[in-house]
Design a protein around this ligand. Structure first.
Ligand code: SF4
Length: 710
């Protein structure tokens, strides 16, 4: 019988420990179950995580491919790597920024770190990013601005201590099932409630005590209405605001009237009061892509943080908790050199660039001094060569037709485990090992690092991500790696050493420690330290340190005289913001009278490449029955065509009273959906505005081509 191998689920960012067992005969994973010894999930796991780990429904890549006479043809690794290196080198010799590198929250920390080292320290390109920016960048920017450091202050341990769970623009019942189980269990205690803010009556809303449905894209107005109500009713935690924050007076100067802001949000004052009352308790405020994927995503995320600051909800049992999607989105934020250098060192700081250049032994003037334009800007710049790793930009980018054209014009090296829309247009395809076949680590949404282990051999014809990256990096830039097949542990040590002394210090985490403890949360500067609730330094009465704080005294909602906080900002205080609701980039009008929104289906991670059998399948639109009735003349055999200014797609109808009238709901990151979506960006985070655009419905026969859609 095969060994039971403890590992971590790589499907979503809850980060459940799994135990994998390989098939006794042949290749592959035979058994997957939750790991009872893993401190994150203690044996729990969801069906999706188990299914996609054990038997993913993707079209496996088994051999390297190169394009010849317009066709992708099987070849050897030598030929494929030589072709990849040649194409990347030619572009690099023209201009470092003509090479684009697109990574993923699906990679291990080791592979993500190595890819960043090649992109920034080898190519020296500004045009490097990851698909995590499409989902999380606004939360990242908001955390940096508010607290001076990225990542949630809260941990899973806080869930059981909160009195109110405010889930805003997120659907964890679908996206993060094990975590939502904890939230629901906590709310089953007497006096504890879940409040969901979402235009759609989502699965999470169905399982909550209260649902507040703002108009699409008006969350910032609602957050300001709630704060204004808290101020009006004298429920600001003034002791905390005075002790630990800056900027509250400036916020008060621009804070709208509660009733007017509520009207803008399309929400009654009774619902505003419901949320204000919730924030007046010990509250966790969770948010997700419903907030982040907006031209004001950063400002809206900051407005949610403002709510927690104004009410003193920044101590164990409360706080602002952004929900990360892909399994290792958090790891890429710390290690991959995409938005910051490892350890959250900044691109703009010359000392930080010098430190990184010295460690990598590359010229400091090779390192870019800004993070680059984000994935949309990268493709808009028209790169000559694009190297994608575990990501599918042809399907995942907004205005997918435009993204596809940019990629078709470039030399594309696509590295993945499964066939994707990006593989189909690539010039070189490098088949990579995946979950169950690779060694490394991952970091979940609450900053916990745990091991990813191989339970089965890497099949012949396929290589681990880290080996492929190190091979290409070594051939192009001599000395960047010690080996073309580096030991993941040595890469992890290189990464963690580079974080030593930073706000995201992981230098106390080692493979040996992870062997014993399974999971260790950063910051962990010492060999025995582990991060807990951040910034809160507890009280002299001895109730909390800023590490594991499960038993902290959290009953007092006013800042005690002996409590203190410490933030890595210039002033040492947390920062309020002054954003106010602006106009949507594409409001509905007479020509396009409906709002298209997008959200995640359970198997919709990573553009669904592990769950849709190699084809995108029917696009299914959830639409309120009344809206369908209004277009009854256009419905043909349960089908309609959705038309935006960028394209049109025929969809199968799923009548759903949970979707508001006047809205069309489509699955996010589906290749067909993204032919319709909008590539307007949040100017601060560069995250696209996936959540709303204007559409109309027509009969399938009247479907317009994208060129004539307007
Ligand atoms: S909740 Fe997420 S991490 Fe846990 S088993 Fe499910 S998919 Fe995997």
């Amino acid at each position: 019988m095969s060994d039971r191998v403890p590992t971590t689920c790589m499907r979503c960012a809850v980060g459940c420990g799994h135990v994998h067992q390989a098939a006794d005969i042949g290749y592959g994973i035979d058994t997957v179950r939750g790991d009872a010894a893993h401190p994150v999930n203690q044996g729990l796991a969801c069906a999706r995580g188990i299914q996609e780990s054990r038997d993913p429904d993707g079209q496996w890549l088994t051999r390297p491919l190169v394009r010849s006479d317009g066709e992708l043809r099987q070849t050897t690794w030598d030929v494929a790597l030589a072709r990849a290196v040649e194409g990347l080198r030619e572009a690099h010799e023209r201009d470092p920024d003509s090479v684009a590198v697109l990574g993923s929250g699906q990679q291990t920390n080791e592979a993500a770190y190595a890819l960043g080292k090649v992109a920034r320290g080898g190519f020296g390109t500004r045009n490097y990013d990851a698909n995590t920016t499409l989902c999380m960048a606004s939360a990242v920017t908001a955390y940096y601005q508010a607290f001076g450091s990225d990542a949630p202050p809260c941990t899973y341990a806080d869930i059981e201590d909160a009195d109110r769970h405010v889930v805003w623009g997120a659907n964890p019942a679908v996206a993060h099932p094990v975590m939502f189980r904890w939230i629901r269990q906590a709310a089953d205690e007497e006096g504890v409630e879940i409040l969901v803010v979402d235009p759609v009556r989502s699965e999470t809303a169905e399982n909550s005590e209260h649902h507040v449905a703002p108009d699409p894209g008006k969350d910032l107005a609602l957050a300001r209405a709630v704060l204004a109500r808290i101020v009006e009713t004298d429920r600001v935690d003034e002791a905390f605001v005075e002790a630990a924050t800056d900027g509250f007076d400036a916020l008060l100067d621009v804070l709208p009237d509660a009733e007017r802001a509520a009207e803008t949000a399309g929400v009654s004052m009774a619902k505003v009061d419901l949320l204000a009352d919730a924030l007046d308790r010990q509250a966790l405020v969770y948010w997700g892509m419903g907030i982040n994927q907006h031209v004001q995503g950063t400002e809206t995320a900051r407005a949610l943080v403002d709510l927690t600051l104004a009410t003193g909800n920044l101590r164990p049992g409360g706080g602002p908790f952004s929900l990360t999607g892909q399994a290792n989105s958090m790891g890429t934020r710390v290690c991959s050199s995409k938005g910051s250098w490892p350890g959250q060192r900044t691109f703009e700081n010359p000392d930080h660039r010098r430190t990184v250049a010295d460690r990598w032994d590359v010229p400091v003037d090779r390192l870019p001094d800004d993070a680059g334009p984000g994935p949309v800007g990268i493709l808009e710049a028209g790169p000559d060569a694009v190297w994608t790793v575990a990501t599918n930009p042809v399907a995942g980018m907004p205005e997918a037709d435009t993204a596809r054209e940019a990629l078709e014009d470039a030399f594309v090296v696509a590295q993945d485990a499964f066939h994707t829309e990006t593989i189909a247009i690539a010039d070189v395809v490098l088949p990579a090992a995946t979950w169950g076949e690779s060694e490394g680590t991952t970091t979940n949404m609450e900053r916990t690092v745990s091991r990813v282990r191989a339970a089965t051999e890497v099949p012949s014809g396929v290589r681990p991500d880290l080996d492929i990256i190190a091979t290409i990096g070594s051939r192009l830039f001599r000395g960047l790696f010690e080996s073309t097949s580096p030991d993941p542990e040595s890469i992890f040590e290189e990464f963690t050493a580079l974080t030593e002394g930073t706000v995201a210090d992981c230098s106390g985490i080692t493979y040996d420690r992870l062997e014993d403890a399974h999971a260790i949360r950063w910051p962990a500067p010492g060999v025995e330290s582990a991060g807990g609730y951040r910034y809160y330094e507890g009280s002299e009465s001895g109730d909390a340190e800023a590490d594991d704080t499960d038993d902290a005294d959290t009953g007092d909602t006013d800042a005690g005289e002996d409590e203190s906080w410490s933030f890595p900002t210039a002033s040492g205080n947390a920062q309020f913001s002054t954003g106010r609701q602006g106009a949507l980039p594409e409001p509905t009008d007479d020509d396009y009278p409906l709002t298209l929104t997008t959200a995640r289906e359970a198997d919709g991670y990573n553009t669904g490449v592990r769950s849709r059998g190699g084809t995108a399948g029917d696009l299914v639109a959830r639409i309120h029955p009344d809206t369908i009735d209004e277009h009854a003349d256009s419905v043909t055999e349960d089908r309609l065509t959705v038309v935006s200014r960028r394209g049109s797609e025929t969809v199968r109808l799923d009548p759903d009273e949970g979707v508001p009238r006047g809205m069309v709901w489509l699955p996010i990151h589906h290749p067909a959906t993204n032919r319709l979506t909008l590539s307007e960006l949040d100017p601060q985070s560069r995250e696209p505005h996936f959540k709303q655009c204007a559409v109309r419905l027509t009969a399938p026969e009247a479907e317009l081509s994208p060129a004539t859609a307007d």
